[in-house]
Design a protein around this ligand. Sequence first.
Ligand SMILES: Nc1ncnc2c1ncn2[C@@H]1O[C@H](COP(=O)(O)OP(=O)(O)OP(=O)(O)O)[C@@H](O)[C@H]1O
Ligand SMILES: [Mg+2]
Length: 431
Amino acid sequence: MIRSLRGRLFAGLTAIILLTGLVGGLFAYHWAFDEAIEMQDSVLIQIAGLVQSGSLTGGRELRGVDDDAEVWLFDQASEHDAQLWSLKDGLALAARKGQPIRVLLRTRPDGTRFAVAQRTSVRDEIASDMAFRTVLPIAALIPCLLLVTAVVIARSLRPMVRLAGDLDGRRADDMTPLPAGQMPSELHPFIASINGLLQRVRGMMDQQRRFVADAAHELRTPITALSLQAENLSSVDLPAGVRDRVTTLRQGIGRTRHLLEQLLALARQDAGSLDGTTMPIVALDNVVKEVVADAISEAVNGRVDLGFARVEPVAVRGEAVMLAALVRNLLDNALRFTRQGGRIDARVYRDGAIAILQIEDSGPGVAPEEIGRIFEPFFRGQRPEGDGVGLGLSIVKRIVDRLGGSIEAVNVAEEGRTGLRVLVKLPAASG
Ligand SMILES: Nc1ncnc2c1ncn2[C@@H]1O[C@H](COP(=O)(O)OP(=O)(O)OP(=O)(O)O)[C@@H](O)[C@H]1O
Ligand SMILES: [Mg+2]
């Protein structure tokens, strides 16, 4: 059983074409063969007419009349074949010297008889030759038809292949409905079902995101209260053992707060309804400068040289908070992975229609087998630093996607240096 629709259509249509060709060819062959035989009979009749009118005399082979056909003319007087002359006037099949012949017998007005004859094998050969020529165009047409069929099938199925390619090439979270406009009407119910499914999946995903956002939001208040209490505790005069535990408690609460903030930031990106084109225009260089300024004290504490390697005015469409979250998360990672005495270079500039933001640190970089996964939620690799939760780069990626940009992280591959270089490209806004 052929499983592919294309295979089935082609096999079915090929069978029909071959069968039609075969039956049509056989009929055409027989028809043309009979026709040729009749034509040769009429030649015999014409010759007989000439003999009867006295234009031809019998007793010889009429090579001049038709060379191939070898038409003979016999007179009863010269040909003593009793069996031949026992036949009645008219067309008949007979034998001469052991060979089958077609013969036309006639009686002249004076009562003498004559016969015009032709060897059956010669007649058949001519007839089959003519019949074969009739069938030839049909035979030549079949491969052409098969070719055209294959092309028509391939072209008719192309929208389906395109549709599959479109679905395959989608991002997992891309729920935009499939366009039905250009598709053949047979595919419309199919497309409608897929779109219905996409809509349901989208609804479910939205619900899940709302749940995460709500849960994170609800947890925020008690965690804030807890962290205030822990803060208060640390100002109380406590025995050394208890103080240590309070410090551990505060760190734990701090991590939980960070997790909640990151979850909320992620949920906010997912829930955002604006897309890149309808957002306000923001000066990206100013946002980056502000975030870098905020991080300077942390960098100084860690003895890391944080600064700009290039900064030029460039605007993008986005929300300032969104862009700040993007830059903060990248800078956060760079600071976390850069040792004392290391450096972090920020670059922000415009390259044609693209706004470029690059953060490069001098940390250890990411293990090559992990670099493809660092944008996955909760992925922290084998050598995680600090109190991260593994959501920072997922948030960054969502923001970049929403703004219609791209992001790539590569290890610095220069002699005697290590580090991670993160390059963000966003569509630059004119203005
Ligand atoms: N600059 C960097 N240098 C080395 N490794 C990095 C760097 N940035 C990210 N990584 C690797 O990628 C992982 C994921 O980074 P991501 O920012 O998503 O999470 P995180 O920093 O661990 O947690 P979070 O940002 O949510 O606090 C990190 O755990 C780390 O292994
Ligand atoms: Mg991070």
